[in-house]
Ligand binder design. Sequence first.
Ligand code: GZL
Ligand code: ZN
Length: 330
Amino acid sequence: MFKKIMALVAVGVLATACGSGGDTTAEGGAPATSGGGDSTITMGFAQVGAESGWRTANTKSVQESAKAAGIDLKFSDAQQKQENQIKAIRSYIQQKVDVIAFSPVVESGWDTVLQEAKAANIPVILTDRAVDSPDKTLYKTFLGSDFVEEGKKAGQWLVEQYASETGDVNIVELQGTTGSAPANDRKSGFAEVIGADPKFKVIASQSGDFTRAKGKEVMDAFLKANPDIDVLYAHNDDMGLGAIEAIEGAGKVPGKDIKIITVDAVKDGMQALADGKINYIVECSPLLGPQLMDLAKKVLAGETVPERVVTEETTFTQEQAKQALPSRQY
Ligand code: GZL
Ligand code: ZN
């Protein structure tokens, strides 16, 4: 018994000592240690940060689903810094969690720490964003949206909207976090579709790091440098909402003078869509928690899981937003 208590104390100290990337806990207060019986699964989850409404909803989904699934969750917020995520993953390896899950803030630079998890026999599940490592044995499965498809949906809407347009369509693009899978793929999917017609011109494209503040700042700069902007394509609602502030600040009408397409469909984005300030939103679902917990249990039970699980999602026009708003969960 004594040994067990000492072991628990050690884990407690480790959990507080690791302090990587502003470790927060599932319920706040003392670190969520892996208490409970031996059969309880302990998951270490290294979250990107709290940069957007999407991320907040994603965190809520993961934490609530862990509770519902009886899984002990250790949770860390990396403030969008890769080194903090790597530190958090290392602390989970030291604490010998049963499974590690995370959303890689950027695509590259994960092989070393994922090799360490593999050497420690701790399975890893990727959720939300992907890594560009060619070694597929470094993780059991990748659960998340197809961001290229999301970019294509945004491009398709634009092509349809401007089918009869003969003049140039000047587009500015607010990209997501530089180097992240959603930024890379939403950009390439969109470019592939509009590339079919030379009238579509991306006259400026820059990262707004998925935040409202940065989206506003970059849109301000776009407006000063480009007198004729017809369309804004923002890789998430939050940057689109920041850009709306900049557009209104420049005395222009968002949704009319400048058409706006965003991705996510979080509540604030859907409200702006219903209000006519955004014209089209491509949904990207943050509610990955239930599937993540189910996959973790299957992996730990030794069952084979699909290498890729793509989330179901749709698109919204202004009319559809008005209908959908009352029942939106996030
Ligand atoms: C997409 C997710 C992106 C969201 C942004 O799955 O990684 O990160 O689109 C969030 O809102 O910041
Ligand atoms: Zn124009």
